[in-house]
Design a protein around this ligand. Structure first.
Ligand code: AMP
Ligand code: MG
Length: 397
């Protein structure tokens, strides 16, 4: 492993090998976390009519200030009975339709409502407190672009634009399996040499955020036959993620068994810490990730590499990791040969995101990792990153 692949090159190879999943129609209410595959267009102007931004009185701006007769009152959800007669005002609620003829709304804060009349105490300017028809989006315009990951903002926009169904990528079906004869489930008693299995649930938690439907398989002991059976089953998914067994030990069987089962390996080993021995291959359309078993290696591998694969399979415009920027609160030594992902906590004091590196950075220290809500990307290099420098991070929350 002298010439290791860089993180960027590894990510590029993953994207290159990801073949788009079929698409399907999804109800907007069920589409959170999915990737849109066809642009979604507004079915109406938004707002669909000129509407009032305030509770108050619709008027001609030229008539204010002044005392005007009230012609009618418009509640939200009803149409005005007709245009606004000259020299009068119409009571109106927020969201009510501004009658033709009116060009401003005098908010309740500047009027005295006398039932049959209204005294408006201040001037209003044309257009004030009116949301013009189509001011947000026009019918037929694109509300959300193809390739967008549908988060809360996009879901809200789609629903508001009258869109009930959207065309999304099928959700990738991911099988996660953990290898290791030492692994036991929480609740069991540990015998000598055994530890609790932590990677499957953790990896599943990462991947669910990238729109995956995750199935966990039982723990696979370190023997050939068990590996063969489990991996063959896992290869039926769109993505197989294994943990453990990809290093150089005599019990590291995953890569050999995968090769025997027809997986062609695209790479093994990336210049990254933690997680160097990560493997990636394909069989037919299935992407196959082998994450090293140390829990922090599995966490980083899932976050950086597997998530990228999942987004690429779904046709996401932004498949690569999307970093935020923050300031490191301490010096960070750099590794000359490998990019590092350093666990950190975001401090919310002050205007900047300040990242505090947590203590306990070794790849087995998953309990210490619980204090982290971010990982800082520390590019390889010879000099240190000094406290106060801008660094890139991936959020863990
Ligand atoms: P491996 O990658 O199989 O060589 O495992 C590296 C280290 O990670 C060993 O100390 C394993 O016991 C530990 N490990 C492997 N898989 C898991 C897992 N699923 N949960 C927790 N620890 C693991
Ligand atoms: Mg192992």
């Amino acid at each position: 492993m002298s010439e290791l692949l860089s993180v960027d090159d590894a990510l590029a190879r993953i994207v290159e090998h990801a073949q788009l999943l079929p698409d399907e129609t999804v109800r907007v209410a069920d589409a959170s976390g999915r990737v849109l595959r066809e642009p979604a267009r507004a079915s109406v102007d938004l707002p669909p009519f000129p509407s009032s931004a305030m509770d108050g009185f619709a008027v001609r701006a030229a008539d204010a200030p002044g005392r005007l007769p009230v012609s009618f009152r418009v509640a939200a959800g009803t149409a005005p009975p007709g245009p606004l007669p000259a020299g009068t005002a119409a009571g109106i609620s927020t969201g009510g339709t501004v009658p033709d003829g009116a060009d401003a709304v005098a908010p309740v804060e500047i009027v005295d409502d006398e039932e049959t009349h209204v005294a408006i105490h201040e001037a209003v300017s044309p257009g004030q407190h009116i949301r013009p028809r189509g001011g947000d989006v026009r019918e037929g315009e694109i509300v959300v672009e193809a390739g967008a990951l549908l988060g809360p903002a996009q879901i809200g926009a789609l629903a508001a634009a009258g869109i009930a169904d959207v065309v999304c990528s099928a959700a990738p079906r991911v099988t996660v399996l953990a290898t290791g004869s030492e692994l036991r489930a929480a609740g069991e008693t540990l015998a000598a040499g055994q530890i609790y299995e932590s990677n499957r649930a953790m990896v599943a938690a990462v991947l669910a955020r990238a729109g995956a439907v995750v199935a966990l398989m039982p723990v696979v002991p370190d023997d050939d036959e068990a590996h063969r059976e489990a991996i063959e089953r896992g290869l039926g998914a769109d993505v197989l993620v294994t943990s453990g067994g990809v290093s150089m030990g005599e019990h590291d069987l995953v890569r050999r068994v995968e090769t025997e089962l027809g997986v062609s390996e695209v790479f093994w080993g990336v210049a990254v810490k933690p997680g160097k021995p990560i493997s990636f291959g394909v069989r037919d359309r299935t992407l196959v990730f082998g994450l090293p078993g140390n829990p922090v290696s599995s966490l980083v591998g899932a976050l950086v590499f597997v998530q990228t694969g999942l987004r690429a399979l779904q046709g996401a415009t932004h498949a690569l990791p999307r970093y935020g920027l923050g300031l490191t609160s301490s010096d960070i030594r750099r590794n000359p040969h490998r990019d590092e992902f350093v666990r950190a906590r975001r401090e919310d004091s002050g205007p900047d995101v300040v990242l505090q590196v947590i203590s306990g950075q070794e790849s087995h220290m998953i309990a210490r990792t619980a204090a982290a809500d971010a990982v800082i990307h520390v590019p390889r290099g010879d000099d240190a990153i000094v406290a106060g420098s801008v660094v890139r991070f991936l959020a863990l929350d």
